[in-house]
Ligand binder design. Sequence first.
Ligand code: GLN
Length: 482
Amino acid sequence: MNFKSVKEILTAIKNKDVSVIELTSNYLDKIKERDDELNCFITLTEELALNKARKIDEEIAKNKVRALSGLPIAQKDIFCTKNIKTSCGSKMLDNFVSPYNATVIEKLNNAGTIMLGKTNMDEFAMGSSNETSFYGPVKNPWDTEYVPGGSSGGSASAVAARISPCSTGTDTGGSIRQPASLCGICGLKPTYGRVSRYGMIAFASSLDQAGIFTTDALDAAILLKEMSGYDEKDSTSSSVEVPDYHSYCLSDTNHKYTVGIPEEFVKDLNDDVKKVFYDSVKVLEKVGCKIKTINLKYTSLGVSAYQVVAPAECSSNLSRFDGVRYGHRSDNSSDLENLYRESRSEGFGKEVKRRILVGTYALSAGYYDAYYLKAQKVRNLIANDFKDAFDQVDLIIGPTTPDKAFKIGEKMNDPIAMYLSDVYTVSTNLAGLPAMSIPMGFKENMPLGLQIIGNHFDEKNILKISHLYQQETDWHKREPGK
Ligand code: GLN
């Protein structure tokens, strides 16, 4: 059984060419075969998956077909899943079983998907390599000595290894696009507010957004429609209408996009990445795009602003983990204050503690104006940069990451080097814009991603240009080990 896409799977199920139970068992077998090595999953929900598969098979027999009937999916372990462990990659939540479903989970469940399990991730989504997970690092299926990227590393690696046809992720500063790039698959981070954040464990609430991993753009289009939409449980979710992304991608309106390349995104590239990137620019020209050099002069400050705003918000969001209400509770405490201190000291890993400390410092009296307020001003400048750019161009492109994947262990003792791997992704989160990474080639047999950034709520044109690109290239069809 070797389906190439979500679309193929949905068609085969609908036509009764394959039963959902067969398909689900097949993916579970693949996971069991590969996951000892890759470590993509924290929890496998086998029984639940098989039960749901039987139920969907019964529906199909009665010709009841939902939008995603029988589609196996892996869910990032940041989404609360009712009666299932939801760890967020942390010892703090190692014993946490959620009493409710996140809206994303609810929507995908209702659309008929089959959850295979919960995927490994950097602790509380803080990281770019999946090495901060309490459950150990995830491996990149292209070469298991390399990181898959992070924080949604388990979700990305699983799709790249073809042990799940699609998966969910979250992106606060690049955690969908960067691992998609390093694993050679598609990763879409929608506009802030497009997808509900309800039940998604918060890292930095003004930046967090849920999205998806797939092998091609059309699959992402199919899934995005089902995940998106207004949710009264999330006060920042948007009521902007959700288009039918898939039919938009296939419509034959001949788009002649004007595509901007920010000088700041290409000036420091090494020769290999530069060549791969400019080869992909030629493909876009071939499909009719007009290329224009633009400037986003404040994006160079993106990582600095992000590393103040995100830790500040996380220091507040993570204060709820106190050892009292849920999560890890220390056995070594003598009084209440000690209980808080010991539970948090034992439950959080090193990177999470670093972020909490930085954030608490940046928000404290006397430093607030110097750091947090300043970072928010820079954030505005970055957003205005993009606003001006979108007056001139329809879409913006660049490489997703400055380089191919790095080796496991290579950057773990150098947080600044690690943070800089997000240099091309963080600015879009600061501006709330949608962006996607699609495969654009290889450097030394490791994949590289092309980032496409769109204006607010313009996911449809990001998907459409990606689809046009993928009709001319086969990077997205390459599989590790083949
Ligand atoms: N790598 C970035 C960080 O460490 C982004 C993480 C994310 O998007 N969740 O904060």
